[in-house]
Ligand binder design. Structure first.
Ligand SMILES: N[C@@H](CCC(=O)N[C@@H](CCS)C(=O)NCC(=O)O)C(=O)O
Ligand SMILES: [Fe+2]
Length: 309
């Protein structure tokens, strides 16, 4: 009960920016490879993150970001894609200040490499605080904050946990807080470097090709492993709240979104035993993606990058 109340409180905090405005989310589609690209933005600070951009639609995404008055901090990839060239390399040229991101385990080039447990933060805002209104921490309770300093944000407000402030009573100070974060959960199996990004309030997860709607990523190339994928989905995705929205990297049947509960109970592959799952995945006999021979080598170099001006 207490956990459920806390979860709702966390959700209300992290899905709202400094002004209380809800998070901005856009799902965009690239029809040749049936890829979804997701734009997440903080309406207050205008900071944004793009998940799984595609080379051909990167100019469209850049245009939308500009029109919406957003500042793209990161163009992130859930994995080294086999069916299209990532747009992250082009976006860092189109939108100066944007950094490309991929997992270290992918072995691919990028400005930033992430690992399981890392957070991608956005939605920074500046706040003015008056120290007398806050708590003085005890040195024992917060070992990394010197004695006498203040710890005004307690762990019950985890959306703002990055903020730490120090000073003496009576002093007013300015501090910058981060509203939103995407938590990285390693979810290997489709490829060894696959990750799932979970919004810090656990209301939505961007599963890449680990979990598709009523399906999952294939495991017959790029060092895929069905047993590993089964454990990733069960341990890293199905453990999220049942109402957590699932946003995959692809859909081939016209679906756009699902939930953890739906996939946990209705996914025809992942409701099987691990043994049965491995057998089915070994017999999919899918044709290889049309672009695989040039997309994978290009994606190992962050896609196509044009020199920055
Ligand atoms: N026809 C498409 C490729 C389709 C495909 O293989 N999709 C992959 C995900 C992208 S790497 C997959 O895992 N599919 C699972 C499934 O069950 O379909 C093309 O030529 O691009
Ligand atoms: Fe893939």
């Amino acid at each position: 009960m207490a956990e459920a109340v806390l979860r709702v409180a966390r959700r209300q905090l992290s899905q709202r920016g400094g002004s209380g405005a809800p998070i901005l989310l856009r799902q965009m589609f690239e029809p040749v490879s049936c890829t979804f690209t997701y734009l997440l933005g903080d309406r207050e600070s205008r900071e944004a993150v793009l998940i799984d951009p595609v080379l051909e639609t990167a100019p469209r995404d850049a245009q939308l970001i500009k029109e919406l008055g957003l500042r793209l901090l990161y163009a992130v990839n859930t994995h080294c894609h086999a069916d299209h060239i990532t747009g992250s390399g082009l976006l860092r040229s189109l939108l100066p200040g944007c950094q490309s991101v991929i997992s270290r385990l992918s072995g691919a080039q990028a400005d930033l490499h992430i690992e399981d447990g890392d957070s991608i933060r956005f939605g920074r805002f500046v706040s003015h605080l008056n120290i007398p209104s806050v708590l003085v921490c005890s040195h024992a309770a917060n070992k990394d904050i010197p004695e006498g300093w203040v710890w005004w944000l307690t762990p019950v407000i985890p959306a703002l946990w990055e903020a730490k402030a120090g000073g003496s009573r009576g002093q007013e100070f300015e501090t910058s807080l981060t509203n939103m974060a995407l938590e990285t959960r390693a979810s290997p199996g489709h490829t060894p470097g696959c990750v799932t990004f979970v919004l810090n309030d656990h209301s939505m997860a961007f599963t890449g090709d680990a979990l598709l709607i009523r399906g999952c990523g294939r495991t017959d190339f790029q060092q895929g492993c069905a047993k590993t994928l089964y454990h990733s989905v069960h341990e890293k995705i199905f453990t999220l709240p049942g109402d957590c929205l699932i946003y995959p990297a692809h859909d081939y049947h016209g679906f756009t979104v699902s939930t953890v509960e739906e996939e946990r109970t209705l996914n025809p592959r992942l409701t099987l035993s691990c043994e049965e799952f491995v057998k089915i995945m070994g017999n999919l006999n899918l044709p290889k993606p049309q672009q695989i021979d040039f997309a994978v080598p290009a994606n190992m170099r962050c896609g196509v990058q044009t020199p920055t001006a």
